[in-house]
Design a protein around this ligand. Structure first.
Ligand SMILES: C[S@@+](CC[C@H](N)C(=O)[O-])C[C@H]1O[C@@H](n2cnc3c(N)ncnc32)[C@H](O)[C@@H]1O
Length: 243
């Protein structure tokens, strides 16, 4: 964590987050918001440690020409990390108004290419996204519906469980304050039909491969899983190092 403080502007940004959380505690705000909505599980807030997020960004080959969208961006720390250290354009989707406002304020203050929308994940427009991060407990069908608008080839990062209908590229063991889990780097499949290089018919796919399904639960022919070694290339990109 401290390694990011060598970047003084980011250290100042993190200090602002710390000061703001004295007055606007995101855990309490999220609990109150969910209580008001009458949700059963109200302790749903949590943050991705920045070191874990860096591991995920590296595995997903997040680069400066990507358009990164975070579904449920919380107070926007990981979004602003991506905007600062990767330099990609960033959108955060967050339904708690004050969290979305604070994130946008910090993005403006530190002149980072990030925009935050106060809306439900269910209404997110993902047509421009090339990398999407989803870390919520809730994988209800209406929250997953916007993923249908992703372009083929777009990468999706999820925590603890993969999403059906996506090609699994890599499983990454990650650390969260609540324990160890796996993150899944996935890719939106090409449309079914004859493919270019790398396409395999379903009968050529290894029995160990995850056979993706579409949103109606029908199996979709998709490229086979690619090697999940750290050096595997996504969209022909080399592994990335952020300093
Ligand atoms: C577990 S936190 C993750 C925060 C941040 N993405 C991170 O990784 O540090 C989940 C966030 O998603 C938001 N969220 C949950 N369901 C949502 C929905 N349907 N629409 C918009 N935001 C939602 C919550 O308010 C919370 O801020």
């Amino acid at each position: 964590m401290w390694r990011y403080y060598r970047a003084l502007r980011f250290a100042a940004l993190d200090l602002c987050f710390g000061l703001a959380s004295l007055f606007f505690n995101p855990y309490r705000m999220c609990r109150k918001f969910l209580e008001k909505r009458g949700e059963g599980e109200v302790h749903a807030y949590g943050e991705t440690p920045l070191t874990t997020f860096q591991t995920l960004a590296t595995a997903a080959k997040l680069q400066s020409d990507d358009h990164y969208v975070e579904l449920g961006s919380g107070r926007g720390k990981t979004c602003l990390w991506a905007a600062y250290f990767v330099g990609c354009s960033v959108e955060g989707i967050e339904w708690i108004p004050l969290l979305a406002t604070l994130s946008q304020l910090f993005a403006r203050l530190f002149r980072l290419p990030a925009h935050f929308h106060c809306q439900s994940i269910a209404d997110a427009d993902l047509s421009k996204a090339s990398v999407v991060y989803l870390y919520t407990l809730d994988h209800a069908p209406e929250l997953l519906a916007p993923l249908r608008s992703l372009r083929p080839g777009a990468r999706l990062i999820t925590i603890s469980e993969p999403i059906e209908g996506f090609e699994l590229l890599e499983t990454v063991p990650v650390h969260f304050p609540w324990g160890e889990t796996d993150a899944y780097i996935q890719r939106k499949c090409e449309l079914p039909g004859p493919k270019g290089p790398g396409f395999r018919r379903p009968d050529e796919i290894s029995p160990h491969a995850l056979v993706p399904k579409d949103f109606k639960g029908r199996q979709v022919p998709c490229r086979n899983l690619i090697d999940s070694s750290a050096n595997s290339a996504v969209n022909g990109r080399a592994p990335v190092q952020y300093t």
